[in-house]
Design a protein around this ligand. Structure first.
Ligand SMILES: C[S@@+](CC[C@H](N)C(=O)[O-])C[C@H]1O[C@@H](n2cnc3c(N)ncnc32)[C@H](O)[C@@H]1O
Length: 220
């Protein structure tokens, strides 16, 4: 599944051809995920490149990811991190975690990616002694976003970055009548975006990717 970020497909093609966001390793991860019957809900190729470049720009050494899936976005983050950087990534589904571990091993990050299995909100406590962290990327259960933001507020360093993917909830965030399956997600994502934007702990913006990549830098 290709994910567009611009209304004009010509612009999308131009950027894809110019910046070439997906190489053979990332293509192979997608193919292995498909072969293992994982859902194709990883970040889009260009969003993966955003993650790498943001991690690089922020000098990230200690990163946390909520929602591993097959390890696609994790590899993108690790590519942008310092050579001794470590990614702690959290995944509910043991099958997804198994695919991700193989992904990290094949990509040469086997010793720098720690895959934690179970509900992230409970598992996160286990890495708190390794903090504070430089970056937290949230890309899992949408009703959990406010709780993950609370954790990020507490465990990012000042100057650290929080990223929340799918912050537009595929448009439901502004629909007067969102589909029933999004009924609980809409208030949760609104609470996440509003606290990130105006809660006083972050200076934040919404990167206008196709799905909305909310980004905040911790200021206090
Ligand atoms: C959108 S996918 C993550 C995609 C991944 N970040 C990527 O782009 O390659 C969301 C993942 O979060 C996992 N997940 C859902 N609820 C979770 C929870 N409470 N704790 C940890 N992981 C969860 C799902 O099993 C799924 O693999």
């Amino acid at each position: 599944m290709e994910k567009s970020f611009a209304a004009d497909p010509l612009l999308f093609d131009y950027v894809a051809e110019t910046f070439v966001p997906e190489d053979a390793t990332l293509k192979d991860i997608r193919a292995r995920m498909q072969a293992a019957h994982l859902p194709a809900i990883q970040v889009g190729a260009l969003d993966g490149l955003h993650l790498e470049v943001l991690a690089r720009a922020c000098g990230v050494r200690k990163a946390v990811e909520v929602g591993t899936l097959g390890g696609y976005s994790g590899v993108c983050l690790l590519r942008g991190m310092a050579a001794d950087g470590v990614l702690h990534t959290f995944e509910l589904d043991p099958k997804h975690a198994e695919v991700a571990r193989e992904t990290f091993r094949r990509a040469g990050f086997g010793d720098r990616a720690v895959v934690h299995v179970g509900p992230a909100r409970e598992q996160l406590a286990g890495i708190e002694p390794h903090g504070p962290f430089d970056l937290v990327f949230i890309d899992a259960d949408k009703t959990g976003y406010p709780g993950y933001l609370t954790w990020a507020e507490q465990h990012l360093r000042v100057g650290g970055v929080v990223l929340g993917d799918n912050a537009f909830l595929w448009g439901s965030i502004v629909k007067p009548l969102p589909p029933p399956e999004d009924a609980e997600k809409v208030p949760a994502m609104r609470a996440f975006n509003e606290r990130l934007a105006r809660g006083g702990r972050f200076r934040a913006t919404m990167l206008p990717t196709g799905e909305g990549l909310a980004m905040g830098v911790k200021v206090r």
